[in-house]
Design a protein around this ligand. Sequence first.
Ligand SMILES: NC(=O)c1ccc[n+]([C@@H]2O[C@H](COP(=O)([O-])OP(=O)(O)OC[C@H]3O[C@@H](n4cnc5c(N)ncnc54)[C@H](OP(=O)(O)O)[C@@H]3O)[C@@H](O)[C@H]2O)c1
Length: 252
Amino acid sequence: MRSHVLHIPLGKKEPMPSLDGAVVLVTGANGGIGTHFVQDALARGAVKVYATARSPRAWDDDRIVPLTLDITDRASIDAAVAAAADVTVLVNNAGAIPPSASLLDVTEADIRANMETNFFGPVFLARAFAPILAAKKGSVLIDVHSVASWYAFGGAYSASKAALWSATNSLRIEFAPMGVHVTGVHMGYVDTGMAAHADGPKMLPTQLVTTVYDAVEAGEYEVLADELTKGVKAALSGPVEALYPDLHSTDT
Ligand SMILES: NC(=O)c1ccc[n+]([C@@H]2O[C@H](COP(=O)([O-])OP(=O)(O)OC[C@H]3O[C@@H](n4cnc5c(N)ncnc54)[C@H](OP(=O)(O)O)[C@@H]3O)[C@@H](O)[C@H]2O)c1
């Protein structure tokens, strides 16, 4: 078995990442989780946080720099790179859900728009900030995925988060020799506006962000933030019908 596993040499070991003294940029900073990525970074010693949004708001803290950034807009990304050339921690948090979880019912434009926000946006942002992150050893990229990367309940959303998960894995390998640590985040429902429609257990945004920053500072590569997510990832190695048991009851 081992002989079939592709070995990718990653070069020198990265220094342990830390939020202490960091300059952080958070996308979707006005959102339920983004707000906590901003505030909790400061609590851990970050010296500056760029709180980016399509419509930035005022923050009552001199260490927080509001910055306009639409992650689907090339010119907006370029302007953010120019305005925030000292970033050491990039948090790709912004995301969106399509109007329907059905991949058959949404429009083609909705599918493309969701890929723009959840896949192309974070990937192009990581590429644009790559030279800045690589300039400081111990820099960090955090990509926020979802349990939906591994469980197809969200149609275009699940597909976009699966694509981002794959890109994160590629970026991790490419960034490692540059001393840039890459952490991917997967979780079930979090109590924010995005999950307002959902029933069932939701973790608090502050719990999630604490878990993510703890993992980053422990040098971990992947966050599975709840039991649901851990179960789904483990089930991927089994047959597909075990992950989707309703398939058998709907067979004709
Ligand atoms: N909540 C959950 O249950 C859950 C579960 C798994 C994963 N996630 C992921 O967690 C991340 C944060 O979501 P959340 O729960 O905090 O949702 P949220 O409160 O709806 O926040 C999402 C943020 O993304 C921003 N955004 C959307 N499109 C953007 C664009 N083109 N450019 C810049 N910003 C954009 C939104 O900005 P506007 O204010 O301008 O719309 C909003 O601030 C997302 O990636 C989401 O997919 C959430």
